[in-house]
Design a protein around this ligand. Structure first.
Ligand SMILES: [Fe+2]
Ligand SMILES: [Fe+2]
Ligand SMILES: [Fe+2]
Length: 416
């Protein structure tokens, strides 16, 4: 699970480099203070994850670049919207629940906090965050400069956190690691032992994360408000009809477009047909899905998820597989994906009726692009689909709003 987050962050470079720095430094400081380095690592790694979760129809993700991380992510009010949203995500997944309060308070000055282990770690993430920001603004910075800058903010941190950070920053090892991460070196090996010590998730957690992923992907464009969810449910039902593992296809459906998180809104939302260049970027989302999901390459749902744009005639992408090289599971998700897309409105065309969408899929079958067998499964499962269902999106949206309100009630208002 953690490796998947790392891979996702790698496809969003400025957020990724910042998160890796904060994760690494937090673990170092925690170790120095005899606190749990793995919890600190994980908290640092996903402290800003809330930035990718849409709220009230908007998300900050497309605005993220180095300037954003440097300028906007600064202490003012202690509570930031992205801290609340990150706290929501971690609270939603059983295995991540313990770090939810840490993520929530990662911009809280020490004066707001009792000295508990949890609060010490959130303060460690906070100071690491400030160090990372500083290295991103001042590229040739010396640790001395960082410490001088931090001195001005000393009152924001517990004295022991400040002291441990000072000691850690004085080692060449930490200085060079931070430099390396910022320069974009592959961090996989560097962070490996922390990753191995982080809790791994079971299928239940995977589905919970998948629901959030599908919500993020679907909410990225107003034209796809239920696309991912429908693909997951359609594929699940079709697999069930075929006597295949339906849970695996449900998961494949939830995650198949995860790579769209890394594709710009300007392209997803463009109110006209895409140019060739834009279309190429759009197509690349499936490659990003492949990269992000690679830690699950041995799971049965991995291949159908990353093969959803393949076609029987070999003209699909990104692997250009031919029919006989694919399984029925691959073909099921391809049909579910096309059918679901046809039912949705697009910036350049209205939504199709069920009958029209079905006949258009049938045409693709005749052209030997989509599988006849999978199409028959679609037809015979139609009555099991709730075609109006966008319940999950609505449900999650409501849950997020309730969560935000509850936090605001407790801690006061937030800044963006
Ligand atoms: Fe933050
Ligand atoms: Fe941050
Ligand atoms: Fe896709």
């Amino acid at each position: 699970m953690i490796q998947m987050f790392i891979n996702l962050l790698e496809t969003i470079p400025s957020l990724g480099r910042h998160s890796f720095q904060v994760a690494f430094l937090s673990a170092q400081i925690a170790e120095k203070m005899n606190l749990d380095p793995n919890v600190s690592f994980l908290s640092g790694l996903i402290h800003d994850l809330g930035l990718i979760l849409p709220y009230e129809g908007k998300t900050l993700l497309d605005e993220i670049d180095d300037t954003f991380v440097i300028v906007r992510d600064t202490p003012g009010k202690p509570l930031h919207l992205h801290s609340i949203l990150g706290s929501f995500i971690t609270d939603y997944v059983e295995k991540l629940k313990p770090i939810s309060p840490i993520v929530l308070k990662h911009h809280f000055p020490a004066s707001y906090l009792d000295k508990t282990e949890e609060n010490l770690i959130s303060n460690i993430v906070f100071i690491s965050d400030q160090v990372s920001r500083y290295t991103m603004i001042n590229l040739d910075v010396s640790p001395r400069d960082i410490l001088i800058a931090l001195e001005d903010m000393k009152s924001f941190f517990f004295p022991e956190v400040f002291e441990a950070c000072r000691e850690v920053l004085n080692t060449e090892f930490v200085q060079w690691q931070l430099e390396n991460i910022l320069a974009g070196y592959d961090v996989t090996d560097l962070l490996d032992h922390h990753v191995r010590n982080c809790p791994d998730c079971d299928k239940k957690d995977l589905i919970q994360i998948g629901k959030i992923v599908s919500f993020i992907v679907d909410t990225k464009s107003e034209f796809t408000t239920s696309h991912t969810w429908r693909v997951a449910v359609f594929s699940e039902k079709m697999a069930e009809k075929a006597g295949r593992n339906s849970e695996d296809l449900f998961i494949a459906g939830l995650y198949h477009d995860i790579g769209k998180i890394s594709v710009s809104y300007k392209i997803l939302e463009k109110p006209a047909k895409l140019s060739d260049e834009e279309y190429a970027i759009m197509k690349k989302h499936v490659y990003f899905s492949y990269l992000i999901l690679l830690p699950y390459k041995d799971e049965n749902w991995f291949l159908p998820a990353v093969r959803h744009h393949e076609r029987l005639d070999g003209y699909g992408y990104p692997f250009r597989l031919k029919g006989e090289e694919m399984t029925l599971e691959d073909k099921i998700i391809q049909v579910a994906d096309v059918f679901s897309a046809l039912l949705e409105e697009r910036p350049y065309r209205p939504a199709n009726t069920v009958e029209k969408a079905l006949s258009m899929v049938r045409e693709e079958v005749k052209k030997k692009k989509l599988s006849q067998e999978a199409f028959e499964l679609l037809e015979s499962s139609l009555e099991d689909f709730d075609l109006s269902s966008i319940e999950v999106g609505r449900e999650i949206r409501k849950e997020i709003r309730t969560f935000v309100n509850r936090v605001v009630e407790k801690f006061g208002d937030y800044v963006l």
